[in-house]
Ligand binder design. Sequence first.
Ligand SMILES: *Cc1c(COP(=O)(O)O)cnc(C)c1O
Length: 376
Amino acid sequence: MSQDNMSHDPVPLVDIRAIYARLKDDIDARLAQVLASGGFVLGPEVTALEEALAARAGVGHAVGVASGTDALALPLLAAGVGPGDAVFVPSFTYLATATAVMQTGATPVFCDVDPESFHLDAADMARRLAVLPEGLRPRAVIPVDLFGLPYLDPALEALAGAHGLLVLADAAQSFGATRSGRPVGALAPVSATSFYPTKPLGGFGDGGAILTDDAALAGQLRALRMHGQEGGVARLPGGLNSRLDTMQAAVLLARLEVFDEDLARRREIARAYDEALAGRVGLQARPEDAQSTFAVYAVLSNRRDALRAALVEAGIGTRVYYEEPVHRMPAMGHPAGAAPLPVSERLCTEALALPIYAEMSDSQLERVIDVVRAAL
Ligand SMILES: *Cc1c(COP(=O)(O)O)cnc(C)c1O
């Protein structure tokens, strides 16, 4: 590594402050409007955002909620999923995919992932479905669009169809992606996304949305985000207080104005990394029919910890995605070592995220590439 590379400013993993700096005038104006209006909960900005999200996803309805986690829990609650129900989830994911299931009282059933796509492995799920413990009813499956790559597997659709399972897409990382010419939101009957600040379409706090073409379900979800209320009376069981904050909607409307540019830049950065690092690191599959959001740009290496140390030393932001396969986490009630899921376990020892954000400069990108190439 050259001295020159050592002397530059740090490169963060993502740069939230750069987003505000770039969009300050628009965001300030929109927030001032909310402050003046006093409509802090479910104000007109929320409705405007919901309409823009639904249009972009090519679905009839978007329902804004308080977080991506609630966006996963609410469709399960709407379907009456609860204690005694099994919901299939991948183990290589952010833990919220499973904690959302647990919020309903249902049991997450962990499945392994495909080693190329890092997506839920339908064949592994079929094996687990066949040996489901007595007393658990299979009810739903949550495929995850990991790192922003949309899930698409006819085998999973067939399996879910054969067993009458609800398919709920965890699109927390993939809003704005497309697969097979269809936008995320239109790829599953119901999809949940997140506006956590580090997501590609991030707000300045928590937020999420549910996307669906099903008008009746959208109506139920609108009631469930307000305690199951309809006409001032709690009608539906399982309701939460889970509204999307108007200030977050205002920020997100500003971010949507430049979202296509942001996605184009993220994809350009990912292509540059792919070309510069191919052969030195393992990468997630890049299906030709997919346009990922690259919410996370992950490399795989059996020298992951040495690579991480070199990046930290050079002042480059990095993070392990994910530290532990979810099925091994103590809160899941599965003793460590039980139900081995070999691909998920290996990925947790090899995957490392590199900086990726729309405001990243070419010189920052080159610096990251230099450091990775020198370390491996
Ligand atoms: C971020 C994320 C969530 C949860 O979203 P929050 O808005 O943080 O609640 C769920 N699943 C995945 C895969 C995520 O990356």
